[in-house]
Each structure stands twice: as structure tokens, then as C-alpha cells.
Design a protein around this ligand. Sequence first.
Ligand code: ADP
Ligand code: MG
Length: 459
Amino acid sequence: SGRWASVRAVVKELEEKCGTPDARLKQIADALNVEMHAGLASEGGSKIKMLISYVDNLPTGDEEGTFYALDLGGTNFRVLRVELGGKERGVVHQEFAEASIPPALMSGSSDALFDYIAEKLAAFVADEERIYEQPAGKERELGFTFSFPVMQNSINSGTLIRWTKGFSIDDAVGQDVVVEITKAMKRKGVDMRVAALVNDTIGTLAGGRHSDPDVSVAVILGTGSNAAYVERAQAIPKWHGPLPKSGEMAINMEWGNFRSSHLPLTEYDNAMDADSLNPGEQIFEKLISGMYLGEILRRVLLRLAEEACFFGDEIPAKLKSPFILRTPEMSAMHHDTSPDLKVVDDKLKSVLEISHTSVKKRRVVVELINIISSRGARLAAAGILGVLKKLGKDVSKEKTIIAMDGGLYEHYMEYRKCLESTVFDLLGDTTGTSVVFEHYNDGSGIGAALIAASHSLYL
Ligand code: ADP
Ligand code: MG
């Protein structure tokens, strides 16, 4: 029928506009490489900030003592206590508590957000006092993982450049986030010193390196996306400080803000961007990360409902609600192996209140999911190729481990498989085998504790 023809037309158009042939991915990798050079050359030289982390020594394994980490990511935040036992014993013990960030706090005031975090920290410390005693005369020390773009001035200070991932707290922008959390801890009676401020990518790089010296790149695919890697200090023209003894500096790329004319953007992406809290920003992140994939799918489904009466003569009301269809639901539908696509049926019902879909229509939904998810995974792979190129690892047989973390990478297996196989394909037979992906669960928290340890006052 005519309706079905218009359904096919919408799907076909999406597929074409989302196309990521290998040749295009290589152009994207090259474009990222150019931006990396520009971002390292001068402050503001590129849309990707290539931020200096002040981490010039990654963990060696010698770190010892008990340290805390606070991981503020986007969706959840975690408090950890990590006991480090040095070379012989490694990470001896860890405890953690997790809380979600109430949506109201994501667009409130700086004090409200940091007070909430400090309260949770206070509760964690009060709770652990039953099982752990802080040595007298030693203040507790904390590694603060803060996964938003920060211009650091030292290992434990830095000002917030801007928010991403749905946060929008105006009075925090331009403030030193270490000063803010320290003031909040005072208000809540928590006696703790922030020894290190790190991005989650830098934390994951450190956590990964602690387990294996071949780790030199970290990639986060969670609510948002970002990457970090170890750069030669000599290759950072904008660094005017003393050359670190190690000769190296970890760089937080902030690759989420990468943009290139080679990126396959559709009308759905452009509309989602225009409606977002940060239009024109984080374009790469909006194509590849967990906050956005489900929302892109919702927009395509809405178009199908409007133009081809895909869900009947009326447009399902829920389908008009932004961000109602989340990436975990999309991923569950993608992984549906039942012959009549039972999971797709369930999710359409429970999330969108759409019932009585035919199996044929459910197949179309999976087809759309596959298009959106593969595009994201393949673009993330192109990003990784760009970083490997910068390091010369695309032509080297030396082993390189990429430390991976984030809920999207951890749980969305189709995405993960597509990402990894695309990187191997792009690298080709010889170097493909020397690049290894490792998932470091909670690498960013442990990494922050390790960096706090190496910047302890009590060394
Ligand atoms: P954050 O990025 O906020 O620090 P996480 O790394 O835990 O936190 O990532 C959470 C994000 O991961 C969610 O916002 C979601 O987009 C994605 N995610 C979580 N579970 C799944 C899943 N089962 N399938 C696909 N994506 C998931
Ligand atoms: Mg995180």
C-alpha cells in the first residue's frame, strides 16, 4: 500500500543519510587528527580542547594507602574508598556507594548540586566509620572525577568551561569546581582534602595503566563520550610549563565537541541539536553516546507515525515526549532474539503505550535501531582510529591497550561488537592484532584514587 511505500522511503532515506563507508570513516579519523594537532598547538585552536590534565605520571603500582574517589558523571555519581597495597598487593579493597542525580539539581544552582554531593559523601564517611578508622593527624584525601570540560590550573584546581549531557547550572560555569566542592564539604561537616581533580577519561587511563603498562588510550562511552591518551610533552606547543620528568602528559581530548563536514548528520540530528540545552555543541557526542541514541530513534519513529501512520491513524501521545525512549530500552530491543520480537512489542507498550504492532513493523523498528546504533559505533571507531594515528599506532606492531568504560560500552553488546570490529577492519590485518580493547569497570573511580595517592600530602 501507499503507507508501506512511505515507510520504506523514510527507512531508506535514513539509511543513506547515516551511511558510514570505510572511506568516510578514514576521512573522519584524519579530520580528528588535524583537530588534535590544532588543539595542542594553542588554547582555543580547535573545537576539541585537548585539555592538559596535569597528570604527567600515570600509576606505577607503588601507590599505597587509603584514598577516596568521587565520580560525578552525568546519570549517577559514586563515592569510593580504595585501599591500595603497593606493588605486591595492588587494590586491596574497595567500598562504594552510588546515588542518582535528581534531575532538578541538573539545572539548579551550583551550591544545591555540590551540597547534595557533599551530603552523600558525609553519609558514606559516617557509615564507614564503623569499619574503617582514618589515622590520627591525617586528613582524608580525595580524587574528584568530574566528567565535564574543565580548564585545569594544577592537579587539584580547575574552572568549569561549560556543562554538557543535559546539565545547565549557570552559576557554576567559570568557577573552580574544587573550591565549590570543598566549600560544600565544609558546610556539610566533611573533613576531606581534594588531592586531585580528574576527568573520567583520565581516571580510566590511570586505572587501566595501573593494571597494564600497555594502556595508552582511554575511551568513555556512557551518557556522553570522551577520550584521553598519553602525549609526548614535546608535542604540546601550548604547554609553557616545565617539561615533566616523564616527558609525557595525559591529555583529555574532550572529543565530544568534535565536528566535521564528513560527519553524516540527518535532519533528526539537526532538530535534536537545535532543541538541546547546548545547540551547536558536542555534535560528535550527540551522534555516538548513550544520552542521545534513543532520542534519535524516537524522532524517526515520530516521523513514521506522522508521515506514514505507522502506529495507526493517531499519533501515539508518548512518542511526542522528548527523551522518553532511552538507550537501554533501544538496546534491549536490538538484542531481541525471539522470532516474533516479543521484547520490541513489550518496550513499545511499556515505554510508548503502543500496542498491537505487527511483527513486520517490529522488524522495521529493529532496522532503524540497527542503522542508528551502527552509525554511532562506527563513528566512535573512526574517533579511535584518529587517536591511534596521532600516536603512530595505526602503523605499529607494538601492543596498545585501549581502556574502555561507560554504561553504553558495557551493556550495549551490538554497539560494542560493531565498534571493535570496525576498528580492526580499519586498521587492517597487521596492526589490528596489536590493538586490544579492555573494559575497566570503574576504572575512572579507582584511577582518581590512584592519582590522589600520587599527589598525597603525606608521601
Ligand atoms: P555516566 O556516563 O553518566 O558517568 P555510565 O557510564 O554508567 O554513567 O553510563 C550510563 C549511560 O549508559 C546511560 O545514560 C545510558 O545511556 C547508557 N546505558 C546504560 N545501560 C545501558 C544498556 N543496557 N544499553 C545501552 N546503553 C546503556
Ligand atoms: Mg562515568
